[in-house]
Design a protein. Structure first.
Length: 378
């Protein structure tokens, strides 16, 4: 067995808390770094001219999900992608996965420590070629008690040392194993959230990617920063990596053809560096909100990049201005090609740009729905 294959198997083994799994994926198959976003219907990129959604917009039904739907609640807690865009293959442990001697020793030792039966044990993994995550829960056992038992069970199989550290302010226990033992990996990081214990493993060349992925795991899904309802009416919301928007038609719906690639070019980033979320109402007064998250970009850069993406500042078809809407300072891009016009309200917070688009877009007096939508943003 070659070292890379042996190492991948070892990562999968340890990512499952010593539950043997054979996990191998093609790291180049997916490009999005959006590690914690759930897959939702995800149209593909489009052109940075103002979108002109219909009064009752809906995502294209022909677009496939960019990631498979999770098969278990624990899988939903694990990242879909690594920070460098590798797809994470997910698996929920079964009794067959616990049949080899080391797996059985680990699980039996863990459950004996917390005095629980095998039926109380749940575990899921997410693995790319060189990075592995696991999530473990034992019914009736608190997260802190399970974490302690988990570490004792690992050291019971493979002695080593423990160092207290943190990732993004989250306490993490860094376990470093001795040279000789059943795991041909050097270390594992263990942490808990609620009653679930997580592990992270990576080969030495991908530790930074693993830690960056860990840090992003508990970031809110981008759609969660958008309002869930306006005026008592539920909004339809979904998130997607911008890399999922690869093509577009010749008409605008929620996002126009070429919009993502043009925005990426204006900001000097790759499409894969942009995450997208959309919220919209189907009932009048209608409103569409599109959020673009681009790590490392300031609010001013995001607003200017958005405007530069579809028209230069001196373009006679573009009139820009500032206004107070929903209690926030926004930039209004009023686009007037030929005999039509449309408005886009731009507001940025942190590394996220919000594009609020009244429907119909030629409103100059903004509806209560637009006011409420802007007011509800971070």
């Amino acid at each position: 067995m070659t070292r890379p294959l042996r190492h991948r198997i070892a990562l999968a083994l340890l990512a499952m808390g010593v539950v043997a799994l054979g996990a191998c994926t093609d790291p180049s198959a997916f490009a999005s770094p959006s590690g914690v976003a759930d897959a939702s219907p995800t149209p593909r990129p489009t052109q940075a001219v103002p979108s002109r959604p219909a009064l009752t917009p809906s995502p294209s039904p022909s677009v496939a999900d960019s990631t498979p739907q999770p098969n278990s609640e624990l899988e939903k807690l694990l990242p879909n992608f690594t920070a460098d865009g590798q797809y994470m293959d997910k698996h929920t442990a079964t009794l067959d996965d616990l049949s080899d001697s080391d797996s059985a020793r680990f699980v039996n030792g863990l459950l004996a420590d917390v005095d629980r039966p095998r039926t109380a044990f749940e575990e899921a993994s997410a693995s790319s070629s060189w990075v592995g995550f696991s999530a473990t829960r034992v019914d009736g056992v608190s997260g802190d008690a399970l974490e302690d038992a988990f570490v004792r069970a690992l050291f019971g199989l493979h002695p080593g040392t423990e160092t207290a550290t943190d990732v993004g302010g989250r306490p993490v226990r860094w376990l470093t194993f001795q040279d000789d033992g059943p795991f041909p990996v050097r270390d594992v990081r263990v942490f808990r959230d609620g009653d679930v214990v997580f592990t992270v493993t990576a080969d030495e060349d991908h530790v930074a990617v693993a830690l960056e992925t860990l840090q992003s795991m508990f970031d809110p899904k981008l759609e969660e920063v958008l309002p869930a309802s306006i005026g008592g009416r539920q909004l339809e919301r979904y998130s997607a990596p911008a890399a999922a928007f690869e093509t577009g038609g010749d008409m605008c719906s929620l996002i126009c053809p070429g919009e993502m690639s043009n925005l990426a070019k204006a900001l000097g980033v790759d499409v894969a560096d942009i995450d997208v979320a959309i919220a919209y109402s189907r009932e009048a007064p209608a409103v569409l909100i599109v959020a673009f998250r681009v790590a490392g970009k300031s609010p001013a850069e995001l607003v200017e990049g958005r405007i530069d993406a579809f028209a230069s500042i001196d373009n006679p078809f573009l009139v820009r201005g500032d206004a107070t809407v929903g209690g926030k300072q926004v930039t209004i891009a009023h686009y007037r090609p030929l005999d039509t016009s449309s408005n886009e309200l731009l507001y940025a917070k942190g590394d996220t740009l919000f594009s609020i688009r009244p429907i119909p877009e030629n409103d100059t007096t903004f509806s209560s729905a637009v006011e409420e939508a802007v007011a509800a943003l971070p």
